[in-house]
Each structure stands twice: as C-alpha cells, then as structure tokens.
Write a protein that binds this ligand. Structure first.
Ligand SMILES: Cc1cc2nc3c(=O)[nH]c(=O)nc-3n(C[C@H](O)[C@H](O)[C@H](O)COP(=O)(O)OP(=O)(O)OC[C@H]3O[C@@H](n4cnc5c(N)ncnc54)[C@H](O)[C@@H]3O)c2cc1C
Length: 470
C-alpha cells in the first residue's frame, strides 16, 4: 500500500474538479486528481458538447426545410445518421484529448476514490492519498427510473440518445426539462415521431410561464406532440412497442412508441465515496451540503459542481471549483454569489436564455418591478433573416430603473443574453443600457425595446432617469 501526501486532493476531474486543481496549482499548492474515468467529464463526454454538436446537424436540417421561405427551394434533406454521429465522435475525441492532456499535467490517480477518514482518500486497492484539504467534484448520474414497469420495458437516457446512431421510429420523452427538450427536438428533427409527456402545463416548468408556453407552442407547430398535465402511471410492453399509461384531464390515457426517453433529471453522484467515514453529510436528491464558501460540514473538505445539487451548469461548476480552491489553499472564506452565475441557456430552437431574476421569482418575493417585452417578429433584423420566433423581456426596478432580469426566447438567445449579464454585473439601469450603442441592423438591438418601454413607463410616472451606483 502506497501512502502519498499532497496539499490538496481533488476527487473528480470534470469541469469543476479540473478548474479547482488548476487554480490551486497556480496558488502554489501541490495537487493530485483522482478520477475513475472515463476521463473528460460529463460536459465533454456526455453533456454540453456532444449534445450541441448533434443539435448543429438537426438545426441545419431544419434550416434547409425552411429555406423555401427565403426563396431557396430544397427537397427534404437526406439524413446520414452515421455521418452525424461519426462527426460527433470525432469532435468529442478532440475535446477529450485536450482535457486528458491537462489532467495528466497533475499527479493523476485513475481509480475509484473512497474516503478512509477526513484526511485520507483511498484510490482502488493500492494507494492512499493524504492531504490537508479535499475537493469533491464527482458530478451527477441519471436519476433512477421510478416508474412501475419502466425497467422491465427498457428505455434510453441522455447518455444513450447521444451515442446511438440508429434511431427508433417513434419515442416518448418523459420529462420536459432542458435535456429532454434539446434532445427531444433533435430526435424529432431527425425524423422520429416524438411525444412529450409532462406533468406541468408547459415545457421547462421552472421557467416563467410565457417562456415555457412559447417553447411548447413552437414544438407543437413543428409537429412534436406535447401532452401537458400528464400524471405518469406505469409502462407495459405490447409486442415490440412500449405503452406509457398516464392520467390527464381526469381520465386514463396511453401513448405507444417504439422507445422511451427517460429525461426526468439527474441526481448528485457520491456513490462509493464512503462519505460517512469522513463525517460528510449528504442527501440522495440534494447532494453534498455545502456552505456558500463551499465547505462541507467537515471544514477541510469542499464540494463543487453537480454533486452539490446547486445549479448543474458548467460555468457554475468552474466558478465553484475556482472559489473552493482559493479557500482551500489560503484558508479563506470567500463566499459564492449566484445572482449572476445562475444565468442559463437552453439550446432548443428557438433558444432560451435567462439572466438575473425571473418574473416568477420577483412575484414570489414580492419585489415590485416594471417589465417590457418585444417580439422578434416585429424586429427588423429578425424579419430580414427570417428568424422571427420568440420574444425578449426585461424587468427593472420601478424606483430607479435598475435592471433586475431578462429572458430571451429566440434566435441566438444564448449569445444575446451576455449583454444583459454585463449590464447586471455593472448594476446598469435601463437608461444607461439605452446609452450603449447598439449597431444596426443586429439581433442585439432588440434588447433596447424593452429597456425603452420601461424607461417610458418610468417617465410616465414622473420618475427621472437614474445613473447606476457602480
Ligand atoms: C445531455 C446534457 C447536456 C448538458 N448541456 C449543458 C449545457 O449546454 N450547458 C451547461 O452549462 N451544462 C450542461 N450540462 C450539465 C453539465 O454537463 C454539468 O453541470 C457539468 O458537466 C458538471 O461538472 P462536474 O465537474 O460537477 O461533474 P463531471 O463533469 O460529471 O465530473 C465528475 C468526474 O468525477 C469522476 N468520478 C465520479 N465518481 C468518482 C469516484 N468515486 N472516484 C473517482 N472519480 C469519480 C467522473 O469520472 C468524472 O470525471 C448538460 C448535461 C447533460 C447530461
């Protein structure tokens, strides 16, 4: 048995763990990483990057279908699934290779980690790593299937949707979160008859109603069957088909398909870590509990990324990893602030992007606000390029016009939202936002309309334009 010592041991070399290790090393600490593999992390191997690579193909197919509206007649695109998935594999292999090179610049122990105590982690059978501090970054796993009959009938999860280059003729998507929506739309655009069964009244139930309603409408317009208010009951097989039973509008109903895509979320992953031996508290759904300084209840052990059950987003995992590493190395108590970090985007078509506070949150918190919105169908550049689905909305304080949040449903929303994030960072008011030049004709210009609308509402109430304090 080898026993080795480091200042910091990072368990998990995905987005959060890798960011933590790099930050700690830059601060002069000796750092080791433990990862049982496959090396690369969720984002690169089975998350953001493979999904966006596949979506590039399905979005392009849709552009071709819609090009007739621009005077370019094209026949139904011929889909070469093997080529699409081969491209995805090649792209991902490149990203993974680069990340693995980075991981190997650290002492890297490849094997399952389990805590022996709060100061030692065992890797496999032969190695024990002792350290002053540990950062746990072991990510998440697909939530266990909790629907009677589902295991027996069989199903695919996001990992499999991203891998399979043979698609079923029809699929039922269980769950209307962002993974289900992105990959469900991919499947539909690849020619799979797609039905969503969701309990809520619209897709993306955690977003504002107008945002979720818009996506639900666009999915339906595209021929995707979205069944809302569905209380799942059980699954059975009938020959080669799978039948999902559910209750909606007070009566028992079914949907029959060749395959089921189980997209009801992910849960924090701490399997095999023997956290109890280190005295760390955790919960199967909410993950490892951490304070804002990312310490667990054991002060020399930190947790970051999906395993904390906080915002399961790559930029948040990186932010947390860097912050935890600084606190671990310096002994500091820097605290995380998620007000801006919780901004997020969904790569459906049209895309969705949200920054700051949602209307739902403002209403729940009783925070007064003014709002303005504008349709892409009324925006010159969007009309010119024929990308007219969706809208932007902005919320601001009625007292001083300070921007509180924004949502975009529409073309390039994932990029457009960054202007709002910058505005929020600097505490900008709508009046200041309007002083920033917006080039013409651009999609970005559209954000000036809700800002202008709010400024006019303020002036109608006799409120003067106020400069930001920052
Ligand atoms: C289909 C899909 C699409 C997504 N798209 C986006 C997106 O567009 N944008 C976005 O921001 N986020 C997206 N996400 C979420 C994002 O991928 C995750 O939030 C992020 O990758 C989490 O990083 P992490 O460092 O917490 O964990 P991970 O990257 O999962 O890293 C965990 C690491 O720990 C290792 N490990 C686990 N257990 C052990 C153990 N016991 N011993 C040793 N090693 C262990 C694993 O091998 C792994 O390398 C997507 C997720 C999915 C599933």
């Amino acid at each position: 048995m080898k026993r080795l010592q480091y200042d910091l041991v990072v368990v998990g070399g995905g987005s959060g763990g890798y960011a933590a290790a790099r930050t700690a090393r830059e601060l002069g600490a000796s750092v080791a990483i433990v990862d049982h593999g496959p090396l690369g992390g969720l984002c690169i191997l089975k998350g953001c990057m493979p999904s966006k690579t596949l979506l590039a193909s399905s979005d392009r197919a849709q552009d071709i279908r819609e090009s007739v509206e621009l005077g370019i007649a094209a026949s139904e695109p011929s889909i070469d699934l093997r080529a699409i998935f081969a491209r995805k594999r090649a792209v991902i292999a490149g990203f993974a290779e680069y990340r693995i090179e980075g991981l190997k610049s650290f002492p890297l122990y490849q094997g399952p980690a389990s805590f022996e105590s709060s100061s030692a982690v065992r890797v496999g059978e032969d190695v024990v790593l002792e350290a002053q501090n540990f950062i746990i970054a072991t990510g998440s796993a697909v939530a266990p299937a909790a629907l009677p009959g589902l295991e027996e009938a069989g199903y695919v999860d996001s990992d499999e949707v991203l891998e399979r280059d043979r698609l079923p003729k029809s699929i039922v998507v269980l769950g209307g979160g962002y993974v289900g929506c992105e990959l469900g739309q991919f499947l539909a655009r690849m020619g799979v008859k797609t039905t969503f069964l969701i309990r809520a009244g619209h897709l993306l139930s955690t977003e504002d109603k107008d945002v979720g309603d818009a996506l639900t409408l666009y999915f339906r317009e595209e021929g995707i069957d979205v069944r809302t208010g569905a209380q799942l009951s059980h699954v059975e097989t009938r020959g080669r088909e799978k039948v999902v039973h559910y209750i909606a509008e007070g009566r028992a109903q079914t949907v029959v398909a060749e395959e089921i895509f189980y997209a009801l979320g992910r849960v924090p992953n701490f399997e095999g870590l023997a956290l109890d031996r280190a005295g760390i508290e955790c919960h199967a759904i909410t993950g490892i509990e951490v304070g804002l300084d990312l310490r667990t209840c054991v002060p020399n052990i930190f947790a970051v990324g999906d395993v904390t059950g906080e915002y399961p987003l790559v930029h948040v995992a990186i932010y947390q990893g860097e912050l935890a590493a600084r606190n671990a190395v310096t002994g500091g108590s820097e605290v995380a602030d998620y007000a801006l970090q919780r901004a997020h985007t969904i790569f459906t078509d049209p895309q969705i992007a949200v920054a700051g506070r949602t209307e739902k949150e403002l209403l729940a918190a009783g925070v007064p606000y003014l709002s303005g919105s504008y349709l892409f169908s009324e925006h010159g550049k969007a009309v010119a390029i024929n990308r007219t689905k969706g809208f932007v909305k902005m919320m601001a304080s009625p007292q001083d016009g300070r921007i509180l949040g924004a949502a975009i449903v529409g073309p390039e929303a994932s990029d457009l939202i960054h202007e709002v994030i910058v505005a929020l960072y600097f505490g900008s008011t709508v009046h200041e936002f309007l002083k920033i030049p917006h080039l013409h004709p651009t999609l970005a210009e559209i954000l000036t309309y809700p800002a202008e609308d709010i400024a006019m509402q303020m002036s109608a109430r006799g409120m003067p334009a106020v400069a930001a304090a920052v």
